[in-house]
Design a protein around this ligand. Sequence first.
Ligand code: HSE
Length: 329
Amino acid sequence: MTDIQDNASIQSCEAVAPSSTANIGPGFDVFGLALDLFHDKVTVRKHETKTGKINIILSDKSNFNLKIPSDVNSNSAGLAVKKLCIESGIENDIELSVLKGVPPGYGLGSSAASAAAAVMGVNHLFKIGFERKKLVEFAAEGEIASAGVRHYDNVAASLLGGFVIARSSPRLEFTRIQPPGNLILVVAIPKLPVPDKKTEIARSVLPKQVPLNRVVENIANASMVVSGFLLNDVKMIANGIEDAIVEPTRKGLIKGFDKVKEYALNNGALAVTISGAGPSIIAFSQSGEGVDASRIADSMRKGFLDSDIEANAYVCGPSNGAYIISEPA
Ligand code: HSE
């Protein structure tokens, strides 16, 4: 329950943001794709009292065994809204009710979806008028809570929808491309407990220095991915999903990865990679041409099972970005 005391009227609105997959092979911390698979919903309540308090109430749809912190400075939605309020001079007390639909800790942009929906809701309720791209900056602040650093790929995808390229240096810029209509994704989520701060751990194993030839390989592959999205060519996207830098290191953290990848490729997937920081694995495919996505899903489940790990596998498409579902009431 809230500890904000308020006798005056309370206004509220609800915002929803989708799950996402980051990196997409060679685009570490740069590429993101919104997934029409899971969604977080945040109800933002504005109190008339002005002590600058942000209260977070968490609940979940799927019994995720939520280990998400609810204090403002450790919660992605809380941190993001705090930054937004400071920059826009909002002092009202705010309550954020976060209904988790995106499983936390599985590489599907869960913390990003909460932050994206929260900033979207606050921006709308307080009629601040920030553009979505500006909201991405605030939402990225929330990633410090889970990843230890700001990264923009998941939050940009969750807020802008579609395929996004997040460039952070020398200037922050985001490009959004509408994905091909025939792009299909299959996401396998192992039923494994994930450690707290999983993303931080998955980042700690990454190489600090990379040989030039691998960098060249990844730039070429990333260019293929972008070209494929621009040309609406799923096969070209898939051809570029080869990662010479991050996947070779991180796959060691995901038991069964090689089998899941091999089986999915043998069953119609065009490319397979780690979803974000894992442990979910994502396969790329296209509708038509005799492709049966449920066969790919079955094969990925079997790949995990061969390593004694149960998994769920889902077929989905790309998603649009975060949206408001109810006006201030
Ligand atoms: N790009 C980030 C990483 C995504 O791979 O660490 C984390 O979800």
